[in-house]
Design a protein around this ligand. Structure first.
Ligand code: DCP
Ligand code: CA
Ligand code: CA
Length: 669
């Protein structure tokens, strides 16, 4: 963006401005450049694609923009475009109901892999072939990457901080970029502070009116007069809003997608902002508007307050209203929720969120899975599925640069479910030699054979294959060492991985440990990376993104318009990934002992637990989890953007301290 593009208008008399002092200091300005999360001039944006899968299909099929279209998976709908929403169609509808509501609806089934075929494809008869097909999200994953690339291209490479927060959304910390633009447009800001004292206030901005163009502007709080001269936080947010508008225009122009944006001072607010006005709009929440903006919400719509924690808070204070809870003192909150949680909730209700935007674009693991209905009963069938899984995973490995030896996984894991028993086998992937599809398939089959040898494994209701432990490959010449297996790899391949079989609810020692750790976990127990299990209608968790079977809707989602709300399930890093064992369960369903989710039937429960299993694998690869050093305004809080800051997340319960090489410990129920 050039400085000539700026959109400030008007100017107050310079003398009047010189007499007024900014609320911000030179230090605050410098903090912007280093992405300091406590900086009061911080600017964060959230960009979320409108009805993403539906748009992807519209673009692919070249259908007119006003054509109602939904994306179907088996008999359910997983994405609905806005013209179709106008007919009352939402994710709650079945394909049949939707067509009744709108006979001209295009109901496009997702692409599938098919038993006996080595490619995913759009198949007209997919909906009737749930037994032989497996959903492929590759088309959406590819579009997601193209969109991310456009976003990155439109930000200066040395001043970007982009967090892919789901298959169709990103957070952008625009602070450093905006800082650079401010210095360019307001050269007075580059002057040294008076007396060299960085705690001196900045001069007021030399403008009196800001042109917000088409942005939806949240009204200011009552005590903020609209005609107040803008201070630097307003100017910063305006610059950020211009950047977001340009990015959205570029996505539209280059790839034909529309998206919504939210611009505010942190992730919490920007995420609420992007969902505020959809489709194809952006919402600005100035600092002076935060209180007004938040007061209309239920706090259960906030990041991290959608789950168990939110439930606990609403029970403790008999309300879900932000407005009502604002009257509660921090002392009362601490009393009912514990010190850390109390302080964290107190801050969150006031729109304070110091979690970082974390560039985390590299894939850590890939999973390909299938729940069988009906179950499968022979080794040949299982092998057939392994071929599909390997083809699915290998195609994604190629995208990741496995052919060029850029990145490659270190481990492969097979997970098998029979009744309530889950078995898994893991082995290293030999490094130092070219990784081809046959090698992977060979490893997968070896793992299957090991499970088969145990006996009593049929019928099988779920199989999943995953690879993980990605490492940057060594390109160029490799010494001979590179072609030799390291000790533990060789050992594991020779001896075969050891594994455990656990029955659900077996009450093994680690469960007790899990409970104990959670009990003393304070607020941390509420924060896991939120990847709503697919059977709860997850939209784009990493697993889903990485190819886990989309299981369609089983439980009611928030909202009835297909938009699952501002705290929707599409935020891998957010939300109270409720996982306490003592979770209350809804009447009549099949409760998950891990997270308390209530599933419709035992099959759904199994699939859901498979999701947990795969998540555990992912987490394991991420290594030990510890809290980042986040500070809150009131007190040090252990909360931070869970996981995202690499080590910023809760200690995962239920993880045995040590596993043998090649051993995968299951942590169901
Ligand atoms: N998704 C899914 N199952 C769900 C929710 C979402 O498969 N229960 C997929 C399809 C969505 C995509 O993830 O297109 C992104 O999810 P969002 O929650 O962002 O919803 P949309 O992008 O579809 O709609 P909106 O315009 O409300 O953001
Ligand atoms: Ca979306
Ligand atoms: Ca989303």
């Amino acid at each position: 963006m050039s400085s000539s593009q700026h959109s400030f208008r008007g100017s107050s008399p310079a003398i009047a401005l010189a007499q007024r002092r900014s609320r911000f200091t030179y230090r605050n300005l410098t903090q912007m450049a280093s992405y300091n999360t406590a900086c009061p001039l911080r600017v964060v944006a959230h960009v979320d694609l409108d009805c993403f899968y539906a748009q992807a299909e519209m673009v692919r099929l070249g259908v007119p923009e006003d054509q109602p279209l939904a994306v179907q998976q088996w008999q359910g709908l997983i994405a609905v475009n806005y013209p179709a929403r106008a007919y009352g169609i939402g994710r709650m509808c079945t394909a049949t109901e939707a067509r009744r509501l709108c006979p001209s609806l295009i109901s496009q089934h997702v692409a599938t892999w098919r038993e006996g075929d080595d490619k995913w494809a759009y198949r007209p008869d997919a909906a009737e072939n749930i037994a032989t097909d497996k959903v492929s999200l590759d088309p959406y994953r590819l579009e997601s990457r193209r969109i991310l690339a456009v976003i990155k291209e439109h930000l200066p490479s040395h001043l970007q901080k982009v967090e892919k927060a789901g298959i169709d959304e990103v957070f952008l910390d625009l602070s450093a970029h905006v800082h650079a633009v401010l210095l360019e447009r307001f050269p007075e800001l580059a002057d040294p502070p008076p007396h060299g004292d960085s705690s001196e206030p900045l001069p007021m901005p030399s403008i009196s009116a800001l042109d917000w163009q088409a942005d939806a502007l949240v009204d200011l709080d009552d005590d903020h007069a609209e005609f107040d001269d803008p201070d630097w936080d307003d100017v910063a947010i305006l610059v950020a809003s211009e950047i977001v508008r340009n990015i959205r225009a570029a996505i539209r122009e280059k790839l034909r997608y529309t998206c919504a944006g939210g611009i505010a001072r942190n992730k919490l607010l920007s995420k609420l902002g992007s969902a505020y006005k959809k489709p194809n709009q952006q919402t600005v929440i100035r600092n002076g508007a935060v209180r007004h903006f938040l007061s209309g919400f239920k706090f259960t719509k906030f990041r991290n307050l959608g789950g168990k924690l939110g439930e606990q808070v609403s029970q403790a204070f008999s309300t879900e209203s932000v407005q009502e809870l604002l009257a509660v003192s921090v002392e009362q909150l601490k009393l009912k929720l514990g010190d850390d949680t109390g302080v964290w909730v107190y801050n969150t209700l006031r729109g304070i969120d110091t979690s970082e935007v974390n560039p985390r674009t590299q894939i850590k693991s890939m999973l390909s899975a299938k729940s069988f209905r009906p179950s499968i009963g022979t080794v040949d069938q299982a092998r057939g599925w392994l071929m599909i899984f390997v083809a699915d995973i290998y195609a994604r490995l190629v995208e990741e640069g496995v052919l060029e030896n850029k990145r490659r996984p270190k481990t492969i894991n097979l997970h098998h479910r029979h009744g309530t028993q889950t078995r898994s086998r893991q082995s290293p992937i030999p490094q130092g030699r070219f990784l081809d599809e046959e090698t992977l398939l060979g490893l997968a089959k070896t793992l299957l054979n090991q499970i088969v040898q145990e006996g009593h494994i049929w019928p099988c209701s779920n199989l999943s294959l995953s690879v993980g432990g990605f490492e940057d490959g060594i390109s160029g010449n490799m010494g001979i060492d590179g072609f030799l297996l390291k000790g533990d790899e060789a050992q594991a391949l020779n001896i075969g991985p050891r594994a455990r079989v656990e029955a659900e609810g077996s009450g093994l020692p680690h469960q007790a440990e899990k409970r104990r750790r959670m009990d003393d976990g304070g607020i941390q127990r509420f924060f896991t990376k939120k990847e709503t299990p697919p059977s709860l209608g997850s939209s784009d968790s990493v697993l889903r993104e990485n190819g886990g079977e989309t299981l369609g809707r089983r439980c009611r989602e928030v909202g009835s318009d297909g938009n699952d709300g501002v705290d929707g399930p599409s935020i891998p890093d957010e939300g109270a990934g409720a996982q306490a064992n003592d979770q209350k369960t809804a009447a009549g369903g099949h409760p998950c002992a891990r997270c308390g989710a209530c599933l419709e039937d035992s099959e759904a429960l199994q699939s859901h637990q498979d999701w947990h299993f795969a998540k555990d694998l992912q987490e394991k690869e991420r290594g030990g989890l510890a809290f980042g050093n986040q500070t809150s305004v009131i007190a040090a809080s252990p909360h931070s953007g869970p996981w995202k800051t690499g080590p910023a997340g809760p200690k995962r319960p239920g993880r045995p301290k040590k596993t043998e090489p090649g051993q995968q410990k299951l942590t169901f129920g």
